[in-house]
Structure formats: C-alpha cells, structure tokens
Design a protein around this ligand. Structure first.
Ligand SMILES: NC(=O)c1ccc[n+]([C@@H]2O[C@H](COP(=O)([O-])OP(=O)(O)OC[C@H]3O[C@@H](n4cnc5c(N)ncnc54)[C@H](OP(=O)(O)O)[C@@H]3O)[C@@H](O)[C@H]2O)c1
Length: 257
C-alpha cells in the first residue's frame, strides 16, 4: 500500500535510538524528509530509501531548544506534514518512593515538550490546512502498572491534549492520533530487564520471560512494528482517524475499550 507520504516533511523527537529511530527510518523509507531530533550533533544527513534523515540537535529537557524546533524545521523545509512526539522514558519507581524532583524531571521530559511541540506544530499545520500529529506514549496510560506512576500520570495528561487538539484541529484538515506501544525490544527495555535481574538476583532471561508471560503473542514488539503503525496513522491512508488511541501491545492490555 502506498502511504502517500512521499515528498513531505516530518519531525520526530527523541529519534536517535529505539522506537523514535525506527519511526524516523520508516518515514524516510516512505520518501519523507525526516528531521530527527537528537541530543547530540555530529551525524550527517543520511539517505534512506526515497527519503532523507536530517539530524537536528534538540534536548527535550531544554525548553528554549524545544520551543525553537518547529520554527527551525519550517524555516529550512517550508512546511511540516507529520509531527511525531516521542519522548525518553521517565524513572520507574514506586509512587511512595518518588521525590518532587522526580515529578519535576518527568514533567519536563514527558509533558512540557509535548505541549510546546503540539501547539507549535498544530499552529503551523492549521496555517497549512493539513498535517498529522502522532503522540507516542505507553500502554501504561490505558493500564497503569506498579512503578509506572510518573509515566502514567504525565502521559495521561498528554492523552487528554490529543483528544482536545483532535477536536479543535479537525475543521482545519489536521489529524491528531495517539499510539500506545507495549513492551518493545529497545535499549530502554534491555536496561529495565538488566536492572530487574540485578535487583531480584535472577538472570535477564528470567526477567524477559516475566515480561512476555502476560503478552498473548508470547514476545515483545520489534521497534519496527510500532513504527509501521505510526507511519500508517501519520499517512493520508488513515484520513478518517483522529482522536484515536491505538494500542500496539501483542494483546497485553485486557480492557475492551
Ligand atoms: N521500549 C518499551 O518497551 C516501551 C514501551 C512503551 C513505551 N515506551 C516509551 O517509548 C519512548 C521511547 O522508548 P525507547 O524504548 O525507544 O527508549 P530508548 O531506546 O531508551 O530511546 C530513547 C530515545 O530518547 C532520546 N533521549 C533521551 N533523553 C533525551 C532528551 N533529553 N532529549 C531528547 N532526546 C532524548 C535518546 O537519545 P540519546 O541518544 O540522546 O540518549 C533515544 O533516542 C519512551 O518514552 C518509553 O518510555 C517504551
């Protein structure tokens, strides 16, 4: 299926590794120019398929850098067709062990940059009369889990932002979609199972088995499988989809809505 993304411009944040990187590559393969936000400079533009990946220094914890990001993309490329709001994951910690500094840090990574970028991107797309914003979050919004209070709390606020923007931007030809990945094989997941193994006196294989035990498909996702769903949601082929929250988790969330 031709996703009809060729020739457009995308911005993906937290895009150097993991799910963000997979989304960046997938959109470039579709023929997009993809500005890939990353904390460190040094990479050269990279051709991929019909598209190109253009690294852009962007530390989401830096409010000024984040505020300038959409303007930078539009100044260089003239428009913004797809905005993928990916963030780094917050600390995993029991709610009663959190400090106020944990909450402030999680706010400054998970919510503040998402609001800044969604508003700036939304204004640009409204002026264009087209575009799609995709929020990447976590199934912990739908089904919070022990240790995930920082993630679930701020991402739930971002989920409300998606619903609101979807209603406000629909008359202007702009769609807003929310994609919630479940367990996915990335550096972050590797670090999580390693730290659990060290804490529990088990092996990483034991901890991987514990993660996938509750996933009906019996494995975790490849980052590429999340990226495929994001690319479809971002594309004109998903033209009637807005305000939707799409779970991609191998069946792990049991809720029926
Ligand atoms: N993996 C999973 O199972 C899973 C499941 C559900 C939800 N999620 C969520 O999906 C998101 C991505 O997860 P992932 O597994 O792909 O993580 P990852 O492999 O650890 O990648 C994280 C990305 O965030 C970037 N990053 C870190 N701090 C940043 C900052 N201050 N500013 C800009 N970029 C920054 C990293 O780039 P650097 O090279 O600069 O470090 C990297 O590109 C996270 O929010 C995570 O909680 C993950």
């Amino acid at each position: 299926m031709d996703l009809e993304l060729t020739g457009g411009t995308a911005l993906v944040t937290a895009a150097s590794r993991g799910i963000g990187r997979a989304v960046t590559e997938r959109l470039a393969e579709e023929g997009m120019t993809v500005v890939a936000g990353a904390r460190t400079a040094g990479r050269e533009p990279e051709k991929l398929g019909a598209g190109v990946i253009r690294p852009q220094v962007s530390d989401l914890a830096d409010a000024e850098q984040t505020a300038a990001l959409v303007d930078t993309v539009v100044a260089e490329h003239g428009r913004l067709d797809v905005l993928v709001l990916n963030t780094p994951g917050p600390r995993i910690v029991p709610a009663l062990d959190t400090t106020w500094a944990d909450w402030a840090a999680a706010h400054d990574l998970l919510l503040r940059p998402v609001v800044q970028l969604a508003v700036a991107g939304g204004r640009q797309m409204r002026a264009q009369g087209s575009g799609t914003i995709v929020l990447l979050s976590s199934t912990w919004v739908r089904q919070p889990a022990a240790g995930g209070v920082l993630s679930a709390s701020y991402r739930s606020a971002a989920a409300a932002l998606v619903k609101t923007l979807a209603a406000e931007l629909a008359p202007h030809g702009v769609r807003v979609v929310h994609v919630m990945p479940g367990a996915t094989g990335t550096d972050r997941m590797q670090a999580i199972v390693e730290s659990k193994a060290a804490r529990n006196g088990t092996t990483t294989d034991d901890e991987v088995a514990a993660v996938v035990r509750d996933i009906p498909l019996g494995r975790w996702a490849e980052a590429r499988e999340i990226a495929d769903v994001v690319a479809f949601a971002a594309s004109p082929r998903a033209g009637f989809m807005t305000g939707s929250a799409v779970v991609v988790d191998g069946g792990a969330v049991r809720a029926t809505y």
